[in-house]
Design a protein around this ligand. Structure first.
Ligand code: AHR
Length: 514
């Protein structure tokens, strides 16, 4: 007997715009993310554009990457930007103490990062150094990047070959100040964030969204201290906030902690616990939002999850400091669940960045040094979901669905989200995403489409025989999207989802029915 689920999508009940920045990325000087991943250098035998690996850029362009965070992570708080400008052969080296103690030659620096953003069509999210840098150093970096006209830093930039300032919309004030960013208390860091934020100026028409580094997971002491530092309860004249967003980080695993369980060899129980952990980000966003609502009911300050993803043990035989892991349908399910939850919190959650884009943690693409590349299952989820970027959220509800057992608890085995784009007065389109986390057999889903006429334009599913399947260099398309049968009859959308699968249905919308 196939299992069934029932849901409702109100095609005429719209919510906020799902910011494209919820589909943001993160690239750190860590393992083979930058070197060997994004950057091979101009003299490489691999096809490259000014040193940027051509196949990686091409694969990522298909995802419409909205923003890219760089240079870290923990690396950001030991990075000194002046080491990464000027002739490459003259740049000083340093030791990357966080990630494998390898020597960093600084051949990928500010100009190379901005060229990468341009190649991807992504906005730059530069993460400054609070932990071991100075206010002056950070202030100068902002000036170097964004100042037009004559100024010491604009002159230095021109000496290094770039006349025009760049546009940098996002600026991070340190990273994980509670740990690798300086082991500070929330109250101490809140003062530091104000001091650093004050001297990161808007030059010309470049307006920075300054992002204070916030909590690990649900540690709301960070959100509370940061909000208290920039808001004033009861003030009639609201102070202009020194930073405009607060971040938190959230990694998923199977309950044993990060870095301990294989990416590919896991039990069904460990799978279920991973689903539980992925779903729990909903509660985490809720608690941070509740604190923020109390200080800032007008939602002037954004919440940002600028590191999220799965964190497994490294692939056997690889450098433990490089965090290179494989990526299965379990990772794709985590991505599908997270993205649905992000859509649901679009009112307060303004950006999210998966960690990390290439060859590190829950990557989009994995590469070899001899020029091979595979797209991971997580890549396909991002590609299939790209239509939600900057679309308007629709109201969805699940009326009945099977559950997934996890340590005596029942987790919902189905997650749904939807968004729409208006066309002319009578038409438009909608995108429906469905994540089926269950392991036991097909799931027949019936969705009552209320409020508008609709027909299926295209449906696709990402599924594989085993939830442990991966794409590797021998079988790069083992897990790939294929067409899915879907129909709308009498206003009801019907699809059958294989176990542990992710699907999208594109709808063409017609006249209102109500
Ligand atoms: O993404 C890997 C690391 O995880 C980052 O450098 C750090 O911010 C976090 O702890």
């Amino acid at each position: 007997m196939p299992r069934t689920a029932r849901a409702v999508i109100d095609l005429d009940v719209t919510g906020p715009v799902i910011s494209r920045h919820l589909y943001g990325h993160f690239a750190e000087h860590l393992g083979r993310c930058i070197y060997g991943g994004f950057w091979v250098g101009e003299d490489s035998p691999l096809p490259n554009v000014g040193g940027l690996r051509a196949d990686v850029v091409e694969a990522l362009r298909a995802l419409s990457v909205p923003n890219l965070r760089w240079p870290g992570g923990c690396f950001a708080d030991e990075y000194h930007w002046r080491d990464g400008i000027g002739p490459r052969e003259e740049r000083p080296t340093m030791v990357n103490t966080n990630w494998g103690n390898v020597v960093e030659d600084n051949s990928f620096g500010t100009h190379e990062f901005m060229a990468l953003c341009e190649a991807l069509g992504a906005d730059a999210y530069v993460n400054g150094n609070v932990g071991s840098g100075t206010v002056q150093e950070m202030s100068d970096w902002v000036e170097y990047l964004t100042r037009d006209g004559d100024s010491p830093m604009a002159r230095l930039r021109r000496e290094n070959g770039r006349d025009e300032p760049w546009r940098v919309p996002f600026w991070g004030l340190g990273n994980e100040a509670w740990g690798c960013g300086g082991n500070m208390s929330p109250e101490h860091y809140a003062e530091e964030a104000k001091r650093y934020g004050t001297f990161c100026k808007n030059h010309g028409d470049n307006v920075l969204t300054r992002i204070a580094s916030g909590a690990p997971d649900d540690d709301i002491r960070w959100t509370e201290a940061l909000m208290a530092a920039i808001t004033c309860r009861g003030c009639t004249l609201k102070p202009e906030p020194v930073f405009q967003a607060i971040s938190f980080h959230y990694y998923s695993h199977s309950g044993e902690g990060i870095n301990t369980v294989s990416a590919t060899d896991f039990t069904d129980e460990q799978y279920a616990r991973t689903v539980a952990k992925a779903l729990d980000i909903d509660r985490v966003i809720r608690v941070h939002s509740a604190v923020m609502d109390a200080h800032d009911p007008e939602r002037r300050i954004g919440l940002i999850c600028d590191e999220w993803g799965t964190w497994w043990s490294v692939e056997p035989g690889t450098n433990p400091g490089f965090l290179y892991q494989q990526n299965t349908m379990r990772d794709a399910i985590v991505a599908g669940l997270h993205l649905d939850i992000f859509h649901r919190h679009a009112e307060r959650l303004r950006m999210a960045n998966i960690a990390q884009t290439v060859n590190v943690l829950q990557a989009m693409v994995l590469t070899t040094d001899d020029g091979r590349l595979v797209l991971t299952p997580t890549y396909h989820v991002f590609a299939m979901n790209a239509g939600h970027q900057d679309a308007t959220r629709l109201a969805t509800s699940i009326l009945a669905a099977p559950t997934l057992a996890c340590d005596g608890e029942d987790l919902p085995a189905l997650s749904v989200s939807a968004s729409m784009r208006e066309g002319s007065a009578r038409d438009g389109s909608a995108l429906v995403s469905l994540t089926h986390a269950g392991l036991d057999g097909d799931l027949e889903v019936a969705i009552d489409l209320r409020g508008r006429e609709a027909m299926v334009r295209r449906a696709r599913v990402l599924a594989s025989d085993s939830v442990r399947d991966v794409n590797d260099f021998d079988a790069p398309e083992r897990v790939a999207p294929r067409d899915l049968e879907a129909s709308v009859d009498a206003g009801v959308l019907r699809v059958t989802l294989p176990p542990h699968s992710f699907a999208t249905v594109e709808l063409e919308l017609g006249a209102t029915t109500f």
